[in-house]
Design a protein around this ligand. Structure first.
Ligand code: ATP
Ligand code: MG
Length: 683
């Protein structure tokens, strides 16, 4: 292209980056380690292509987020003066949408199709199920639309048979997958009839156009003479099939880090990167291993993590440091997860007193619930923090739902809690909830049986909508069960408040009841109606179930249900009152997944133990390699200091649960970190 300002590629890139940027025509795979300048490389590649005579409209740039595409093209504009609007760049979905508009007919839509958001897709799917089989919706043991749709989406993104994925993902459901596959087919027909696309269609139909319309395929092959793909390790099968078709001319550069693929649960297939050279013969593999982010000590630790993963031919590499030496990563062994929270709190204050801004410190964890004790400790210490990966623990919907059970059992006059529970039932909104509550109050006053048992009265059941009756029955059985355990506990040693429970005290003389602690009561709740409700309602119910197990651990700290409930309210009040001010110095808490691609001066990684990282679920499924990659991603975020915390016990509902040492750490040479043994020290 004429008139471009000169760029000194050699001076602005290191030798590895320069080799990748100036790669000769043909397929190229850039395997770049964490923090080695992948964005920089792709950006300069665009500039290089322009300097070699390519036109902006010859280039298609595919990235993981629209933001990164925008940033990249802004950089190219700065470098070359070519307006960014002249390029095609964006996420797979946004590019798919643009291409579909132009080829809608080949995909069975007309060009003015509209796009359904997630909620609208679920609504449409519910309508389809209702129309096809009214009884299916009513049976509460069947999965809800969102859950079926999630499995269907997974099948489409991984190009696997729908029946197979449904059988695998919904293995708890009774009956075979055929009926659900039928719903999915009907959903497809409805979308076509209404001329709408869901999010996945932007890829699925894009692929269909390329596969079914040879003229369109030829057009786009010629149109995009150069394909550049960032974050290639996170592409799924569907995306890689699209790339393969478009790039059959093999003018493609894919950039990625196989060691950082952490989205396989969403369908990402890191094998795409491994198989790239065989799908694009003559691929030149460039490795960029010079890391500009971390100290040599942190990089040695990160390299050691990777050195123990199964070998992949041609994919071995180690990050090389350019920064001067710093301090080695420290592994703190500590008695239990409660002590871990105390130690982290103490270390953070220490660093802060030494002059490190809180904002420089990020605490990472594998799963939300693991941060619960730390959140409490930080509240107690008055350390301001923000959670950058979603809600605070006690603000999570499912945690709030379980807490509503506990609050209601603790105080049966708590109508807000009861109303929340009733509104979880199908077809019950605030108005119906109010009717049910008033009926129960009448019974309570007439019979003096207490609200929980009054809810079980047939007169109350009459007020419950027909389709909610089964759920209501199960819910109230759970509530009564929870209440009985607490009542028995209250009476056991010396009834602290005998007047409140005269009626049940009389009943208990004839019936043997099991006294339950607050933690056991929480477990009864989770194993009762709410547990099955969770499964049918949330596609990610396994993660949510894990959060709730964390809640049992939290409850284990309390002997009295009243204390537990009060503490939660206090904690929540404190944390939600504290609106972060834009320039307030605050600590950051985040999951490892959300930390991807970012860099922080100081990183604390908690829960480095088998069962926490890797998660028990991954160990049980026999697939811990993604967990190892998560461990690697977490550690490579750190610029200057890396602290790891390895608890030996988890505080759980049953008391202490021993944790095996983290298998990844066990494999590693102890030379790459310092060990600080706090397991035998009192904090
Ligand atoms: P991750 O794997 O975490 O996504 P990455 O490979 O995308 O990281 P970048 O974020 O692009 O790496 O770069 C990491 C840091 O290194 C950035 O701050 C970038 O400015 C810097 N950097 C990259 N290349 C060079 C270079 N040749 N000279 C100086 N600094 C560089
Ligand atoms: Mg990056």
């Amino acid at each position: 292209m004429d008139g471009l300002p000169p760029v000194d590629f050699r001076a602005e890139l290191n030798a590895e980056q320069y080799a990748a940027v100036t790669s000769p025509p043909g397929p190229a795979l850039v395997l770049a380690g964490a923090g080695s300048g992948k964005t920089r490389t792709l950006t300069y590649r665009v500039a290089w292509l322009l300097h070699q005579g390519a036109k902006p409209w010859d280039i298609l740039l595919l990235t993981f987020t629209n933001k990164s595409a925008k940033e990249m093209l802004e950089r190219v504009e700065d470098l070359t003066g070519v307006p960014r609007g002249q390029f095609w760049g964006g996420t797979f979905h946004s590019i798919g949408q643009r291409i579909l508009r132009r080829n809608a007919l080949a995909a069975g839509r007309s060009p003015d199709f509209t796009i359904l958001d997630q909620k609208e897709s679920e609504q449409l799917f519910s309508e389809i199920v209702k129309a096809a089989d009214g009884a299916f919706i009513k049976d509460k043991t069947n999965p809800k639309a969102a859950v079926i749709l999630d499995a269907y989406s997974h099948a489409r993104n991984t190009l696997r048979p729908v029946a197979e994925v449904i059988s695998e993902r919904l293995d708890w459901m009774k009956g075979g997958p055929e009926k659900l596959v039928g719903f999915c087919d009907a959903y497809e027909a409805a979308k076509k009839e209404r001329n709408v696309c869901d999010f996945d269609d932007l890829l699925v139909l894009w692929l269909r156009v390329l596969e079914n319309d040879p003229a369109a395929l030829e057009h786009y092959r010629r149109r995009f003479q150069h394909l550049l793909v960032d974050e290639f390790q996170d592409t799924n099968r569907l995306q890689s099939r699209i790339i393969d078709l478009l790039a059959s001319h093999h003018q493609i550069m894919a950039v990625g880090d196989d060691a950082q693929c952490i989205y396989t649960w969403r369908g990402a297939d890191w094998e795409n990167i491994v198989a790239f050279p065989s799908r694009h013969p003559g691929t030149l593999i460039h490795t960029i291993d010079t890391n500009y982010r971390s100290t040599p000590e942190i990089l040695a630790f990160a390299n050691e993590i990777l050195s123990h993963r199964p070998r992949i031919e041609g994919f071995d590499r180690r990050l090389k440091a350019v920064r001067p030496g710093g301090q080695p990563p420290t592994v703190f062994t500590i008695g239990d997860t409660s002590q871990q929270a105390k130690l982290i709190g103490r270390k953070i204050l220490q660093l802060h007193n030494e002059g490190h801004p809180l904002a420089d410190i990020h605490v990472l964890y594998r799963a939300h619930y693991q941060s619960l004790e730390l959140q409490m400790e930080l509240n107690a210490l008055g350390v301001p923090f923000v959670i950058t990966s979603g809600h605070k623990f006690f603000d999570l919907i499912h945690v709030k739902d379980v807490l509503a059970h506990l609050r209601f059992i603790q105080n049966p006059q708590d109508q807000v809690a009861l109303s929340r529970l009733l509104c979880l039932l199908p077809k019950v909104g605030p108005v119906a909830a109010d009717k049910i509550t008033r009926a129960a109050k009448d019974i309570e006053q007439a019979q003096g049986r207490g609200m929980v048992r009054a809810l079980r009265d047939p007169a109350v059941l009459k007020k419950v909508p027909e389709s909610a009756k089964d759920d209501f029955n199960d819910l109230t059985i759970t509530l009564e069960d929870m209440l009985e355990g607490i009542e028995a506990a209250r009476q056991k040693p010396a009834p602290t408040n005998p007047a409140a429970d005269l009626f049940t005290a009389a009943r208990d003389r004839s019936e043997e009841k099991v006294a339950r602690t607050p933690a056991e009561t929480t477990r009864v709740c989770i194993e009762g109606w709410y547990g099955s409700h969770l499964k049918t309602l949330f596609p990610d119910w396994k993660d949510r179930e894990q959060d709730l197990t964390g809640l049992i651990g939290f409850a284990a700290k309390f002997e009295e249900l009243g204390d537990l409930v009060a503490q939660v309210v206090l904690l929540n009040g404190e944390s939600s009152d504290k609106k972060p001010e834009p320039d307030q110095d605050m600590l950051r808490l985040t999951t490892i997944h959300q930390s991807k691609g970012l860099e922080f001066p100081i990183v604390f990684l908690l829960g480095v133990a088998d069962g926490l990282l890797p998660l028990t679920r991954a160990i049980e499924d026999g697939d811990v390699e993604e967990e190892r990659r998560l461990f690697y991603v977490a550690c490579t975020r750190a610029e200057n200091m890396l602290y790891l915390f390895a608890p030996r016990f988890a505080v759980s509902g049953e008391g202490y649960r021993p944790l095996d040492p983290c298998r990844f750490l066990e494999e590693m040479s102890p030379d790459c970190y310092e060990l600080a043994d706090y397991a035998h020290r009192r904090l």
